[in-house]
Write a protein that binds this ligand. Sequence first.
Ligand code: MG
Length: 401
Amino acid sequence: MSADAASLQVPPSPAVLAPCACDPARSRGRRFTEPEAPTRTAFQRDRDRIIHSTAFRRLVYKTQVFLNHEGDLFRTRLTHSLEVAQLGRSIARSLRLNEDLVEAIALAHDLGHTPFGHAGQDALNASMRAWATRQGSESDDQAGFEHNLQSLRVVDALEERYPAFDGLNLCFETREGILKHCSAANARRLMAQDPSGVARRFIEGGSPSLEAQLCNLADEIAYNAHDIDDGVRSGLLTLQQLEEVPLFDRYRRRALAAHPQLAGRRLLFESIRLMLSDQVYDVIDTTRDRLAAAGVDDVEAVRSRAPLVAFSATMREESQVLKTFLLRNLYRHPRVVETTGRARQVVADLFETYMQRPDELPEAHGRHPNRARAVADYIAGMTDRFAIREHERLCGAVLFP
Ligand code: MG
């Protein structure tokens, strides 16, 4: 350590951290032991490692709902992740939870997404499973592709930035938050490979930290709000249509009551802004009550019981109605479905092509003992536009002129 670094000190964690919050000084640690950083806590350091990763930079060219080339103003995986981090930090500060950890989890939560959003994931999963069935060698569950598991794989294995280990060597608490869902079979496989126990709760029950629970809800709040915005911007949704959604309509009326002349874009933005604020306040109030009632006073008590971060019953119901509306009117809109159909084709064609012509893979992927997994890792890492270009080059078809 240089003299300068030695004179620096990690600022103490906020004295105001709630007893049930994750304290970096009491982290379950990293998979590979490393000296502490002189000026940052373990969770700040995780956040910084994520921001400097290759996978994080790729998020800017990956689809959230609308394909990256469909317009410059639609959300991408990157801006979505930043919005989740903003909402998550805001809630965390009010509940005295660890903001740095929330930010790290939020920025990493979508690192494993394929190009073209869920359509890309579904296609890659189908290709992997079909291949495994043809081989008869792997169990179905191990053979598939799931973006959540892939996010963990990116930070544990695929990033190549450090001399001594693969991946980013993040803290247990950050990895715990990234692994949001996991099948029991995948959990058993992870447990066999990784003694940290990051997948244990999917076998033995229990919950992740409050910071991880918070990121799940912040994710939902973020995409519900920004998909309304992007939906109207794209012309696939109208303000009039949104009047049938009670949650949105309440804030539209409230915005109009305060500003009777408001119309068009400003009315949309003001309604969304009011809705976002109210959902944040709802989570804070509900969770504060639930924490008090549960009497949890450390992270282990949080982990041993059902999730405590939640919407009120009314907000949960209303949020569900909005989700259903978006599913019916936006995610399944014929124009969206038509584009995602072509996106599926690109991913399926790329998978078959690389399986038959491994010489087309970059060298490191080509050497991997499990070719299907290497191909999936390579495709999953692609941005939308790289996948489209690569598909044109290898398959000669122009699906996105
Ligand atoms: Mg997300």
